[in-house]
Design a protein around this ligand. Sequence first.
Ligand code: ZN
Length: 151
Amino acid sequence: MTDIKDLYQQIIIDHNKSPRNFGVLATATHEAHGDNPLCGDKVDVYIKIDEDIVSDISFDGEGCAISIAAGSMMTEAIKGKTKKEALELFEAVHATIVKSSDQDIGKLDVFKGVKEFPSRVKCVTMAWHTLKEVIEGSSSKGIESEGENNE
Ligand code: ZN
């Protein structure tokens, strides 16, 4: 039997305790915000785009251990990737976590068990959806033009 505690594997505990790339990225060229009302998680994702590469990335926010660990591991996985590679990884992670497709997502598969707890799936995918939003937004607008339309 799978217990909710199985989700809190060592790697998740570690990333929650000391999240990587955590805080506002001063050199960010783009940012996006995500919410998970189901759990109360919030995240801001910051990226610095150089040419077509996510040369730097950070996240900031608050939430449950899973959401913080997911954000932390996402930033590690994405840094240095091209925007296209980042979106491909989003698709692979999304397919693996949300559907039952079995793609190679490296150590991110620590989150696979979350599928058995539908209410926690968004805790993992929130940061990734926010990443997708910020990368797609980076093609058209920067922080300077974010404006007042929050929806
Ligand atoms: Zn959560």
